[in-house]
Write a protein that binds this ligand. Structure first.
Ligand SMILES: [Fe+2]
Length: 189
């Protein structure tokens, strides 16, 4: 008898595939950016792979909250455009939904049984304490955070990379991430 895998109680998988094009494009740039930054910062092969996977799913909690509340993306966009930082965004999400997009992303990866180092880096991407978390935060700055419906940060890439000692490589990181995202996207068209 074939047993079906247990249905996810946290996140219907189809939500991933309904995520809009901008979300996927950002995810691909962030994942490749995280891996490249990891290499520049001297992480080993396995940690760079962790950075890649973490970058791919770091903000999928955004799609999850949008799946629960159709007004989510718009109020978040207004909040961030009015100058709120990530800390205020997380506080408001906690108030309204009892969870944050960062916690949701981390829980999703836990549910998928990914290594805890990846799920905790994703859950802490706005409050980084480890090398991987700092690299992940820097990777989120590869695309300027001016589209607040998909982005939760508006960080300067050079400044963020400076905090991990690789500030001079910003252009290289941008170019590598964009090339990867373009070729990955064209593979599906
Ligand atoms: Fe975020």
């Amino acid at each position: 008898m074939i047993r079906r895998p247990p249905r996810s109680t946290l996140f219907p998988y189809t939500t991933l595939f309904r995520s809009d094009e901008g979300t996927w494009a950002r995810a691909l740039v962030t994942s490749r950016g995280a891996k490249v930054i990891g290499r520049l910062a001297g992480l080993g092969h396995e940690q760079c792979e962790h950075a890649f996977v973490a970058g791919l799913f770091v903000d999928f909690g955004t799609s999850m909250l949008a799946g629960r509340d159709s007004a989510y993306r718009q109020w978040r966009s207004v909040l961030l455009r009015d100058g709120a930082g990530a800390e205020e965004l997380l506080e408001r999400e906690l108030e309204i939904y009892g969870t944050t997009h960062a916690q949701q992303s981390g829980q999703l990866l836990e549910e998928w049984n990914l290594p805890p180092i990846i799920s905790s880096a994703v859950a802490n991407h706005h409050d980084p304490a480890t090398d991987l978390e700092r690299i992940l935060r820097a990777a989120m700055a590869v695309i300027p955070g001016d589209d607040f419906e998909t982005s939760c940060v508006n960080l300067d890439l050079e400044e963020t990379l400076d905090t991990i000692g690789v500030g001079e490589h910003a252009e290289f990181v941008r170019r590598e991430a964009a090339l990867f995202a373009n070729s990955a996207t064209s593979a599906f068209i």
